[in-house]
Design a protein around this ligand. Structure first.
Ligand SMILES: Cc1cc2nc3c(=O)[nH]c(=O)nc-3n(C[C@H](O)[C@H](O)[C@H](O)COP(=O)(O)OP(=O)(O)OC[C@H]3O[C@@H](n4cnc5c(N)ncnc54)[C@H](O)[C@@H]3O)c2cc1C
Length: 300
C-alpha cells in the first residue's frame, strides 16, 4: 500500500495562525502558595523588538504534550521585550508550568483580545479594583498608567485578597504606597495572625477611604472573582460612574483565542475577540457574560 505523506511548505507553516512562537522562561518565583510569577522573552530577538500589546490582552501559552491555555499579560508594553504572567496551579498545563526550570521554553501565540481602551481612558482619572487573581491583568494597566503618568489624571488602586498570604504583588504594591501619584489602598478579608498593618475587610470597604471622585471624569477597571463584581458594581454605580466607563475583564473557557471555535461565545459576542475587557453596559445587555450576578436589580 502506498504511504500518504503530507508535505507542508515553509509558507504554510508560517501562515498557520495557531503556530506558537518559542519563548524562554527567564525567571520565575512564587507569589503565593499556588500562584507563580513568570518573566518570559522570545527566543527570536527580532520578535522581542516587534512585540506590542495593550494592557488587558492575553496570550495562549502551550507546552507540547500538555496543552494550551489563555493567560493575561501582567506586564506593561511600556517596558518592552518581555512578557510577565501570574499563573495559578489549576490543572494539566499549569502544574507542568510549576515544575518548569528557568531557561526552558514554552509556546506563546498572541497577543489576543481587545485590551483596555487606553486612548479613551487617557486624560481621565483611573480607578482600579482588583480582587485575588484580578491583579494579573490589572497590574498591566497600573504599570502602564504609572509609566505614562502625565497622560492620566488621578490613579487609585483598590487591592483586596482573602488574607496576607494570598495577596499577589504584596511587596511591590506596598512600596507603591510611598509614591504620591498613586493612591494604593489594600485590604485583606481576614487577618487571623493580627499582622496585617492595613485595612481588614472586603475590598469594597476601601471605597470609603479613597475620598470623593469625579464620576464623569473617571474610568473604573475591575477584575476579581465572580461574587466580587456584584458588590463592586453596586459601589461604582452609587458613585455615579457612567456604565460605559466601568470596565471589567472576564474569563470564559476558550480554546482558539481567535474567534473560531465558539467555546467562549455568548450570543453574538466572543470573549476572545470582543473581550476579555467588557463595559458594565455590555454586561447588562449580555447577562450571561458574568452569570446571574449581572442584573440591574442587583445595583438598583
Ligand atoms: C482570557 C483569560 C485569561 C486568563 N488569565 C489567567 C491568568 O492570568 N492566570 C491564570 O492562572 N489563569 C488565567 N486564566 C485561566 C486559565 O486559562 C485556566 O485556569 C486554564 O484552564 C489552566 O489550564 P490547565 O491545563 O492547567 O488546567 P485544566 O487542566 O484545564 O483545569 C483547570 C480547572 O478547570 C476545570 N476544567 C477543565 N476543563 C473544564 C471544562 N471544559 N469545563 C469546566 N471546567 C473544566 C478542571 O477540572 C480544573 O479545575 C485565564 C483564562 C482566560 C479565559
Amino acid at each position: 500500500m502506498k504511504k500518504m505523506c503530507v508535505q507542508l511548505d515553509e509558507r504554510e507553516i508560517q501562515d498557520n495562525p495557531f503556530r506558537p512562537d518559542l519563548w524562554r522562561i527567564v525567571r520565575h518565583y512564587p507569589l503565593t502558595s499556588d500562584v507563580n510569577f513568570y518573566q518570559t522573552r522570545p527566543v527570536d530577538n527580532d520578535e522581542a523588538l516587534r512585540l506590542d500589546y495593550i494592557p488587558g490582552q492575553f496570550v495562549m501559552m502551550s507546552i507540547p504534550g500538555e496543552g494550551e491555555a489563555p493567560f493575561c499579560i501582567s506586564s506593561t508594553p511600556s517596558r518592552p521585550g518581555m512578557l510577565e504572567f501570574c499563573i495559578r496551579n489549576m490543572g494539566t498545563l499549569t502544574s507542568t508550568l510549576f515544575s518548569i526550570k528557568e531557561n526552558q521554553t514554552v509556546g506563546i501565540r498572541g497577543p489576543y483580545g481587545n485590551g483596555f481602551p487606553i486612548d479613551k481612558m487617557e486624560g481621565k482619572d483611573i480607578l482600579i479594583v482588583a480582587g485575588g487573581m484580578g491583579s494579573a491583568p490589572l497590574r498591566s494597566l497600573l504599570l502602564y498608567v504609572l509609566d505614562n503618568r502625565d497622560r492620566f489624571g488621578r490613579l487609585i488602586y483598590l487591592h483586596g485578597a482573602k488574607n496576607e498570604g494570598e495577596m499577589l504583588f504584596k511587596e511591590e504594591f506596598i512600596q507603591l504606597k510611598q509614591r504620591e501619584d498613586v493612591e494604593m489602598l489594600m485590604s485583606v478579608d481576614k487577618d487571623e495572625a493580627g499582622t496585617w498593618p492595613y485595612k481588614v475587610g472586603l475590598v469594597t470597604t476601601l471605597f470609603k477611604d479613597m475620598g470623593k471622585i469625579d464620576p464623569n471624569n473617571t474610568y473604573a477597571a475591575v477584575c476579581g472573582p465572580p461574587i466580587m463584581y456584584k458588590f463592586v458594581m453596586q459601589e461604582l454605580v452609587k458613585l455615579g460612574i457612567p456604565k460605559h466607563q466601568i470596565l471589567m475583564t472576564l474569563e470564559r473557557r476558550m480554546k482558539c483565542g481567535v474567534g473560531k471555535c465558539g467555546h467562549c461565545a455568548v450570543e453574538y459576542l466572543y470573549t476572545c475577540i470582543d473581550g476579555p475587557v467588557f463595559s458594565w453596559w455590555d454586561v447588562l445587555r449580555m447577562k450571561e457574560l458574568i452569570g446571574r450576578g449581572a442584573s440591574d436589580k442587583t445595583i438598583a
